[in-house]
Design a protein around this ligand. Structure first.
Ligand code: UGA
Length: 442
């Protein structure tokens, strides 16, 4: 099928590459000429494992094209996906102006002679956005244009987006008519995954409800971690024990510094805001947010309690990305942690396998911070090591090397990557989340 994706950001680019990979002819549109120029030269603007290979392969096969022209995309696409940003406004509601602009541009460039078109919202949007998109196309489009509107939320995770897209656990699309639903079924026929076809509003809600539920799991386990700290229980054992219940499941029960990233914080705010405007203030989600914010403050106070003051303390910071396997630092808890320690006068040497450049560019990190050449030189002379991101290579680190390089073998681990007993045996003082600190030699 001929598919067009408008918006070549994280979601648009990965989705476009994967649609091409399963055999569709895909045109990716973006109004940023620099981005399109990069892509035409074979350069990938984001770090996502496996994406560069997929783009190169499908461009070479003639199934993946890039353009700045919406008109070109609208003409070629039987199905037009909208994958533009939906950033948060000051009050937590969603700025839908990019979606509206694309809907209008589609309406103004579509030609009724091009036949039936389906306009699909892929961006995460509040419920009822599909209705607005349909109204906009009707209002600004030419007479006689035949189109359907669908909502098709994505569930990909950064860092494993390609696998999530090619082997999804479910495909959800919502439409209001059978003709549109048939087109969507054809789009997804090459994928081997269960399909849930709903109405537009339900599909829109599924996305917000899914992300909120995952965030809720994280805040829940972080609250249990606080009780573990006060009672001497071990959060890792508790998570294991409750996760063995199939109804609960072990995933998204990793206690730590709380959730960050470009999705959860924004989507939880948006869901609270839309629920309020619909007349049902979602109090539970407000708590989820509050717990998430307090988790970071609690961790900082743990470090402060131990170091006494941050001023002039040399701290090694491992992790800047909002999670492992990405260079994305949007709403990164690691960045917020660095900002808090810097504001109290700490001297930070930071390291991240992928996110150093994005942190320098977008992290807004002011104060006494330097970026190390590698994971271990970051530790030279440090009085404490703070781990903020769950990169696998941090958990596999060489403990002897850590001890050798640091002034004091003292670790604050915000992601529970190590076994406390092992660290104590190695003579390292270790503080983590939801587990009692074990002093060296204990
Ligand atoms: C999330 C969802 O997992 C995807 O299903 C969804 O499609 C995506 O948002 C989106 O809306 O586009 P992502 O933001 O890439 O994906 O990252 P996650 O892997 O969900 O992690 C989010 C945050 O939660 C990270 O900061 C991570 O460190 C934290 N987290 C995750 C925990 O603190 N504990 C856990 O057990 C799991």
């Amino acid at each position: 099928m001929n598919l067009t994706i408008i918006g070549t950001g994280y979601v648009g680019l990965t989705t476009g590459a994967c649609f091409a990979e399963v055999g569709h002819d895909v045109t990716c549109v973006d109004n940023n000429p620099d981005k399109i120029a990069m892509l035409l030269k074979g350069e990938i603007p984001i770090y996502e494992p496996g994406l560069a290979e997929l783009v190169t392969k499908n461009v070479a096969a003639g199934r993946l094209k890039f353009t700045t022209s919406t008109a070109e995309g609208v003409e070629s696409g039987e199905v037009i996906f909208i994958a533009v940003p939906t950033p948060p406004m000051e009050d937590g509601s969603v700025d839908l102006s990019f979606i509206e602009k694309v809907a209008r541009e589609v309406a103004e460039t579509v030609n009724p002679e091009q036949g039936f078109k389906v306009v699909v919202d892929k961006s995460t949007v509040p419920v009822k956005t599909g209705q607005k998109v349909a109204e906009t196309i009707k209002r600004y489009g030419p007479k006689g244009v035949e189109f359907g509107v669908a909502s098709n939320p994505e569930f990909l995770r950064e860092g494993c987006a390609i696998d999530d897209l090619l082997n999804p656990d479910r495909i959800v699309f919502g439409t209001h008519d059978e003709r549109t639903a048939d087109v969507m079924r054809r789009v997804y026929s090459p994928f081997n995954a269960p399909v849930l076809a709903t109405d537009v509003e339900s599909a829109e809600l599924i996305k917000h409800a899914a992300n909120s539920f995952l965030a809720l799991k994280i805040s829940y386990i972080n609250s249990v971690a606080r009780i573990c700290e006060k009672s001497g229980a071990d959060i890792e054992m508790v998570a294991e024990g409750i996760g063995m219940d199939e109804r609960i499941g072990r995933s998204f029960l990793n206690a730590g510094l709380g959730y960050g990233g470009s999705c959860f914080p924004k989507d939880i705010k948006a869901f609270i805001s839309i629920s309020e405007s619909l007349g049902y203030p979602f109090e539970l989600l407000k708590q989820v947010e509050e717990i998430n914010d307090s988790q970071l403050d609690h961790f900082v106070s743990k470090i402060r309690e131990c170091l006494w003051v941050f001023r002039e303390k040399k701290i090694a910071l491992w992790g800047l990305a909002f999670k492992q396997n990405t260079d994305d630092v949007r709403e990164s808890v690691a960045i917020k942690l660095a900002q808090k320690m810097l504001s109290e006068g700490a001297s930070i040497s930071a390291w991240d396998p992928e996110a150093v450049e994005t942190a320098k560019k977008f992290g807004n990190l002011e104060g006494d911070i330097t970026y190390a050449e590698d994971q271990y030189s970051c530790l030279d002379g440090a009085e404490a090591l703070v781990i903020a991101t769950e990169w696998e290579q941090f958990g596999n680190a060489d403990l002897a090397e850590i001890k050798k390089r640091m002034r004091n073998p003292l670790i604050f681990d915000g992601r529970n990557l190590f076994d406390p007993v092992n660290l104590a045996q190695q003579g390292i003082e270790y503080h983590s989340v939801g587990r009692e600190p074990i002093k060296s030699g204990a």
